[in-house]
Every structure is written in C-alpha cells, then in structure tokens.
Design a protein around this ligand. Sequence first.
Ligand SMILES: [Mg+2]
Length: 374
Amino acid sequence: MANQNGLIQETKTEKLEVVAAKKPPVPPGGYSTISRKQLLQNLEVNSGGRINSWVDSMRASSPTQINSSTSLLDDQSSWMVHHPSALGMFGDIINASKGKQIVMFLDYDGTLSPIVEDPDRAFMSDAMRATVRKLARHFPTAIVSGRCRDKVYSFVRLAELFYAGSHGMDIKGPSKGSNYKKGDQAVLYQPASEFLPMIDEVHKALLDKTKSTPGVIVENNKFCVSVHFRCVDEKKWTELAQQVKAVLKEYPELSLSQGRMVLEIRPTIKWDKGKALEFLLESLGYTNCADVFPVYIGDDRTDEDAFNVLRERGQGFGILVSKVPKETNAAYSLQEPAEVMVFLRRLVEWKKLTLRRQFRMRRRIEELKMSLAI
Ligand SMILES: [Mg+2]
C-alpha cells in the first residue's frame, strides 16, 4: 500500500511540475483561496456540533485515503498550478527576497520530522538537524509548534533557534550561539500563563474520559492539550471526538480546533501561530519594516494562521507541506519533510554563494582603492 502510494505520488509530481512550469508564478498574496472565516466554520466543533464534518475532514487528510483515481490526479494538477512547488520556483522566490532579510519559521511535526504513530517518537533526522543548524547560521530561524516548548526543544536540540511552543503561546529566544540574539535581553513571552492550572485540569479530565478508547494519546502541551487520533481505529473517531467535546462543555474559556489527526484544546485568547510570527518579527526588530522577507513552512491547519498573516502583510510567503491538495493560504508547496530539507539546503547554498560574491567584490574594491592611492 505504502509503495503503491509512493509510486502514485512520484507520477503526480512529474506531471504537476510540467503543469506548474507552463504558468508563471502568481505573486504571494494573489491567489483566490477560502477565507479564514470559512476555514474556521469547517474546523470549530465547540459550538456547532460539527463532529461528523470534522471526522470526515480528518479522514480526507489521512494518508490511508490517498488513492489513484484520475480525478484526484486532475485535482492535484489544478491545485499545484495555484500552489507550485517551492523547489520548482526557487529562483523566483530568491528574486522576490532580493535586498531583504529572510527570516525562517518552521513547524516541527510533518515539516521537519515525519508524522509517526507515536508522537513521542517524532524524531528529526541528523541530516535535517545539521541542515537547520546551517540555516540558523545565515538566517534568523524559529521553530513554531503545537507541542510544548520543552518537548519540541528535546527533539530539535539547537540552542541557537527561537522556539514558539504551544501554538506560539510559549516563546523563547536563543539561549546561545545565535547571530540574531538582541543584546543580553532574553526573549520570553507567555500570553496565556493564567490558563496553566485550567489546562492541567482539562488534561486530567480528558485522560479519564477517553481512557476506554484504545490508541488515544492525550498530550499536555503546557498551554494546550492535544488528543491524537493517529493510533485510534477510524470507527472510533466520532465517539472519541464526542468524548472530547463533552469534556470541553465544562470549559467555555477553552476552544477546540482540528489539526492533522489531532484535536487541540486551547485558551480562547486571540493568539495563534500567526500572532507568534508577528511577535517574533517584532522581537527581531522588523516591526513596520519593508526589508524583511519571512518564510513560514508548515503542514497543519494551525499553520494557516501564519500563512494568512504573511498574505495580509504582503511580505514573504507560506509554504504548505502536503502530498494532497488542501485549502490553504500558503503560496507554495512542498510534498514532504525530505523536500523541506532540500529547499533549506538550497537556501543555505544560495546564501553562502552570495556572501562569497560580496566578499570578492569588496576585496576587488579595496585592491582598486589601493592601486589608485599608489
Ligand atoms: Mg505540523
């Protein structure tokens, strides 16, 4: 099954790149996509009882649902025209960033690491870690994850990065080794700290309520709780979603949203990955700055908030990691973490080449000045 799907994906990629190459890139921000409101209508299950539509949506995003039908190939071809491969469009992306400071924002699960059955074993490869380390040497780099900050740090283990855990509700700057740390001032921001006792309470209540469902994993991510469906029999998904919803009824201050094979419970404050992106740009000194080019790479619905911020600011672009067409505010796409790594490596190589050229240019000018002075 996996091999068969893999072959299908390869075929799709070849066909799609041809389609994408025929059409000039649409500038980020110029696509017609669904609104944030429409997205939320599909996602929110706390108030409207949309359990069935949510479960259907999760099934649709499940890898087991990928099939080889012609219509799916056509759908993907059409989707790729609007969200071309960031690898295929690399030159255009670099041209758009000319004269601006690129700032990198990276989701973790499904972006830097593969989605695995046990979320505690979502390790990133050594090659990916080395790539992200090099990336952070050349560009300010932040990891933005739904996971708790300590957990995502334990996977990434790079002190020179910014980390925004719990969907951006727990932000911390580099502890050492960053070229982009501002003075001695540590960046630390936790906009939902008063919710910590409530999150602990709801975590315990969810553990108790869902304990009869085999395979469920309830994860306390400090400022949010994630209920993972990855290892739960699909026949049990509706029942599990109803159990989660029943617990949430007692907590009107918390809201429920859908991620990739996960339900997430968060404080109902106006804070998300998009707000975290804006906060980090501000921390780096890029408030109201035209010379910044943020790039956000993520695979999840919760990353849409960040894609949307970039679209609204008209700065940089979002890249969705997905093998299947999805409604998105991202401008470009990559199929899987392996492609993310190739993209990040290309960025590093391009930057190194640019720095070498600039160095040679400066040296020539100095030599010219010296010869004129003699
Ligand atoms: Mg993710």
